[in-house]
Design a protein around this ligand. Structure first.
Ligand code: UD1
Ligand code: UDP
Length: 362
């Protein structure tokens, strides 16, 4: 089969590799990787291809940043040109970004079968741009690959059942494949002069936190009052938002540039605690058995919360501060996200059954 895989944002580069490996094994399929160019800084894009050995994109659409409408519109036009030229048998999208949405809209309008990886995740908050992207993508996808059982249930509640498959989380595949390589290769702890278990790792990039000065101020205050070194690799969006509010940090908080995947895995693996609003980082905290405070009011990854490993703390300093040293997960950890073979399962399902455009999902 000729398959177009779409990637565009940081987590999608990381998720692409296990699936590409499965699709390309023994020359099973001809995969064409299309990078929309949504993320483009070296530390937001190329570093992941270099580290993970992800095949180089066959196309880079160089869409770059813009408002939602402008960015998505350019993606729609450029993806349509690629699909018209390549005539793929299947298009694969993943996650919930504007690149996901654009791939979904173009493939479905052109009558090309569409597979969605990480389907069915819901925050039930339609103010989140990602929630809109997910709902639209799932509603037009012909095959749905789910990372969790909750995702299957969410899809069933929307009438999507026959096309939905639980495969586990491809991000777990990536962590298991790279954790030890990262530990051998990364020198980030020495560079930052931090000791294992002696710091907390923080990431923030959600629009709800970066675009709302009050919420961002609250996060800054919370980090300033915790009595612990905080390593905070800042997404470019967050860096700009922090500058806009003239944020000032106490010496315990170290805001650094985004880091590559190996450095990130190493920082996660050695942190005492992780605090984040990232979907990927919440799951990685779970895989690496790190207590996680989620700086949001809701999460898609509810099983990590019910398992006791993730706590929704919002952004108010007293709430964050209270949980910072008190939160303690249980010893047990259920295997919510599978066994690290999600990419292989996706490859097998794609190879074993024809994906028919517009096939009834009920
Ligand atoms: C996007 C996704 C989000 C995902 C995140 C992963 C959407 C709507 N959101 O959010 O779901 O969690 O990626 O990181 O698709 N920028 C740079 N350099 C880059 C990339 C971005 O400077 O290489 C800056 C630009 O100012 C840009 C801003 O970051 O306007 C936001 O980038 P964008 O891709 O629009 O959204 P993210 O916040 O990255
Ligand atoms: N990540 C990284 N370097 C960083 C921050 C994050 O490599 O400085 C990785 C992280 O380990 C995870 C993915 O990027 O695999 C998560 O991406 P992000 O938080 O941007 O998006 P989300 O998962 O929320 O969509």
């Amino acid at each position: 089969m000729k398959i177009i895989s779409i990637v565009g944002a940081r987590p999608e580069f990381i998720q692409a590799t296990p699936v590409s490996q499965a699709l390309r094994a023994n020359g099973a399929h001809h995969e064409i990787l299309v990078h929309t160019g949504q993320h483009y800084d070296y530390l937001m894009s190329q570093t992941f291809f270099d580290e993970l050995g992800t095949p180089a994109p066959d196309y880079n659409l160089e869409v770059k940043s813009g408002s939602h409408g402008q960015q998505t519109a350019v993606m729609l036009a450029r993806l349509e040109e690629v699909f018209t030229a390549e005539k793929p048998d299947l298009v694969i999208i993943r996650g919930d970004t504007n690149s996901t949405l654009a791939g979904a809209v173009v493939a479905s309008k052109m009558g090309i079968p569409l597979a969605h990886i990480e389907a069915g995740e819901r925050s039930f908050d339609r103010r989140m741009p990602e929630e809109i992207n997910r709902i639209i993508s799932d509603s037009v996808a012909d095959i749905h690959f789910c990372a969790s059982q909750t995702a299957l249930k969410n899809l069933a509640a929307e009438g999507i059942t026959r096309s939905a498959h639980w495969v586990g989380d491809v991000m777990l595949d990536a962590v298991l494949a790279n954790r030890h390589i990262a530990a051998r290769n990364s020198t980030i702890l020495q560079k930052l002069e931090v000791e294992p278990g002696q710091y907390a790792l923080v990431t923030v990039h959600r629009a709800a936190n970066t675009d709302d000065p009050q919420r961002l101020e609250a996060i800054v205050t919370a980090l300033n009052i915790v009595a612990e070194t905080v390593i905070f690799p800042a997404h470019p969006r967050t860096r700009a938002a922090l500058q806009k509010i003239n944020a000032s940090f106490e010496p315990n908080v170290r805001v650094i540039d985004p880091v590559g995947y190996f450095d990130m895995l190493t920082l996660e693996d050695n942190a005492r605690l992780i605090a984040t609003d990232s979907g990927g980082v919440q799951r990685e905290a779970y895989f690496l058995k790190k207590p996680c405070l989620t700086l949001r009011d809701e999460t898609e990854w509810t099983e990590t919360v019910s398992a006791g490993w993730n706590k929704l703390v919002g952004v108010q300093p007293d709430e964050v501060g209270r949980a910072w040293f008190d939160f303690s997960p249980p010893a047990e950890q259920p295997p919510i996200f599978g066994d690290g073979a999600a990419g292989k399962r996706i490859g097998e399902i794609i190879s074993s059954q024809p994906v028919i455009f517009g096939q009834p999902r009920h």
